[in-house]
Design a protein around this ligand. Sequence first.
Ligand SMILES: Cc1cc2nc3c(=O)[nH]c(=O)nc-3n(C[C@H](O)[C@H](O)[C@H](O)COP(=O)(O)OP(=O)(O)OC[C@H]3O[C@@H](n4cnc5c(N)ncnc54)[C@H](O)[C@@H]3O)c2cc1C
Length: 389
Amino acid sequence: MARVTVIGAGFGGLAAVRALRRRVPDAALTVIAPRGEFIYYPSLVGVPVGDRDGADARVALGPFFESHDVNFVSATVTGLANEGRTVLTDHGPVDNDVLIIASGGESLRTLPGLEHTFAICEGVEAAEQIRDRITTLHRGIVACGFGGNPAEPQAVRGGPVFELLLSIDTYLRRVGRRDAVDLVFFNPSLEPGNRLGPRAVSTVMKEMESREIRSHLGHKILGFEADRVITDGGDVAADLILFVPGMTGPAWARESSLPLSPGGFIRADQSCRVFAHPGVFVVGDAGAYEGTADWMPKQGHAAELQAATAAVNVAHFLAGEPATTTFRQELICIIDTLDSGIMVYRSSRFAGALPSPAWRVVKHGLERRSRHAYSATRRRHRDRHAASR
Ligand SMILES: Cc1cc2nc3c(=O)[nH]c(=O)nc-3n(C[C@H](O)[C@H](O)[C@H](O)COP(=O)(O)OP(=O)(O)OC[C@H]3O[C@@H](n4cnc5c(N)ncnc54)[C@H](O)[C@@H]3O)c2cc1C
């Protein structure tokens, strides 16, 4: 029985488990992650504005692992040995015949003064801290922005920042405090979020203008102090700074022999195969996929597409065949503004953005579907598989 190990229990890792169970039903599957819990990041943006609870973003994975016959190892990966055939963890080594890396990306924590900022991408606690600050801020200035990774321009997380800022505006209007709280958006680019496509940038910037959100654009971010964002185009005064740094790859990969891109991500082809490491695949935010469009996002949707592709190619690898499948390059993002939504879509043929209150409903529906997929107890895989033989 082939031993397939997945590192990570996020969008990419869990989608890989589901796809692997279809493609290699007999494989012994192991998932390694610090906790048997899925953090549904898109729900976090609703926490500061009271649209979600922190608990809404957490899914306990026990039933999912059981129904998919997964051996869950609660551990933190520290490196690889034997060209990937052994995963090193803080709870000992785990051997495999095939490895899928889905351990996500990390924040680039190089700017001075980051301790004065709050980052929604850091998880449930960070989202709750932002909620506590927003709900008690009766007057002042909220500065909200995102940075990049100079070594890898794709490694940005802009969508959730636009979503957070527009939702905070809606929230403050609802509670009658918007006149007393000034909102300012800062970004080093003159066209922030341009990877979403030109139509999306203009739609989002117009939305900000119509809501009287000020912007400070085109100036390099130099650092932060308790009451200001420091840029090479002057300071932005702030009582609360919400900042999502640029992204880099997983820290543990830097201690391994894996090939890394300039920005620190694991280099792979569009079949998700890590270069020069047969039987090692990468999916999701952890990877840098050579030859993909420069707008390819680091997104849950992309991680799921990559996981499905990797599972097909894992089956080929185990059968001694060459990889046949590459993943679809596509960006889908719904910016939920608490009172409406903007759907952004991009592929090699089309890039567009469409505002409509319906997108908010769609986003909630997608969340429910994803939470259900990873929390519902299903008939055990082993029983189902035995019955079908
Ligand atoms: C606030 C916010 C809102 C977002 N909204 C959207 C959205 O609306 N739509 C969308 O498509 N995308 C959205 N994204 C992006 C999306 O969440 C990520 O792109 C997605 O989570 C990437 O999936 P992943 O599996 O690569 O990594 P993750 O989901 O980050 O999962 C990584 C997994 O690896 C584990 N791990 C990490 N380090 C180790 C280690 N050393 N050893 C073992 N395990 C480890 C983690 O515990 C986790 O289980 C949002 C992101 C944020 C932060």
